[in-house]
Design a protein around this ligand. Structure first.
Ligand code: AMP
Ligand code: TRP
Length: 325
């Protein structure tokens, strides 16, 4: 299967990104043709630091590899280095119903969040995402729950285009993890974990043991004492149980039994040890790659070349179908 997914280079990867998206990528890379993109053109729709963008891109590439992607097996490249993404984006603009864009949850949230920066890119964001996906005849898109709506829109756009101009695009399917598609914030467990919220609300894949300890210790829990999964009444404890379960690969019911006699404090200490142990190798590898800039640049260069070959071919087909030069 052809797989495509992307993450914005807008800071550290957190355990939500890992459990929702990257863990799936790592599993899928063995048996599929995978393309993973660093979507810098999406990142610039929000306020960003121009001086540090290319540094973040290199860091994110290092993070992908540190987390377990094999650059020999998968294509990793930067979105803005293949101009066909922006080109297809424009063409898809002309077939995308405006009403669909206004309906997108992420758009509504971002307009509220970036009141002083209400640029058109926030509205058109999912069209660029559709271009990313459709350009490579993608069959499945592994992402977290929050992206489901965008992938469904990409599918609709493909359908509208095919109807209008003839069979051109593969209809992509969203691929969510069976658990962990929505990891919640540590400080506000009714909101999803997000890198644009405060640092204490998420655990980075590369946090030091001290930071992990501090963040888990101050994570919001619920009234009562029982360690029990109940998303409505105990969102904080339920989220911590989900994280524990995914990193330990033990089902939640088993953990509830194991933790029956334990206090919140003891549970948090166990979770801290588990995360420290599991994230240790990520941190070590990330440090190793941070000093190998030339190697990382070479991976991106190779990725760009392969992605461009595929993208150019598809673009020529799309333009032909639309009667363009
Ligand atoms: P972003 O950090 O918004 O660029 O998201 C990158 C990928 O991580 C997307 O596939 C998201 O769906 C996924 N993701 C982001 N936050 C979470 C979360 N809190 N839980 C699960 N998946 C997430
Ligand atoms: N919008 C996605 C996010 O914020 C990132 C993204 C851009 C993406 N293009 C993509 C994800 C294509 C999957 C496929 O997480």
């Amino acid at each position: 299967m052809r797989i495509f997914s992307g993450i914005q280079p807008s800071g550290d990867l957190h355990i939500g990104n890992y459990l929702g998206a990257i863990k799936q990528w790592i599993d899928l890379q063995h048996k599929n043709e995978c393309i993973f993109c660093i979507v810098d053109l999406h990142a610039i729709t929000a306020p960003y630091d121009k001086e540090n963008l290319s540094k973040h891109i290199l860091e994110q590439t290092g993070s992908y590899i540190a987390a377990g992607l094999n650059p020999e097996k998968v294509i990793i490249f930067v979105q803005s280095s293949v101009k066909e993404h922006a080109e297809l984006y424009w063409l898809l603009n002309t077939v995308t119903p405006l009403g669909e864009l206004y309906r997108m949850t992420q758009f509504k949230e971002k307009v509220k969040k970036y009141k002083k920066n209400e640029n058109a890119g926030l509205l058109n964001y999912p069209i660029l995402q559709a271009a990313d996906i459709l350009l490579y005849d993608t069959q499945a898109v592994p992402v977290g729950e929050d992206q489901k709506q965008h992938i469904e829109l990409a599918r609709d756009i493909a359908r509208i285009f095919n109807r209008k101009f003839g069979e051109t695009f593969v209809l992509p399917k969203v691929k969510l993890p069976s658990h962990g598609a929505r990891i919640m914030s540590l400080t506000e467990p009714t909101k999803k974990m997000s890198k644009s919220d405060g640092e204490e609300s998420y655990i980075s894949l590369f946090d030091s043991p001290e930071k992990i300890k501090k963040k888990i210790k101050s994570a919001t829990t619920d009234t009562g004492k029982e360690i029990k999964y109940d998303i409505k009444k105990k969102p904080g404890i339920s989220n911590l149980l989900t994280i524990y379960s995914l990193f330990s690969e033990k089902p939640i019911e088993e953990l509830e039994k194991e933790m029956k006699e334990k206090s919140y404090k003891a549970f948090k200490e166990e979770l801290t040890s588990l995360l420290t142990e599991k994230l240790e190798s990520f941190r070590r590898k990330k440090e190793e790659f941070s000093s190998r800039k030339v190697y990382i640049e070479e991976i991106l260069k190779q990725g760009e070349k392969k992605a461009r070959t595929l993208a150019e071919e598809k673009m020529a087909e799309v333009k032909r179908k639309m009667g363009l030069q």
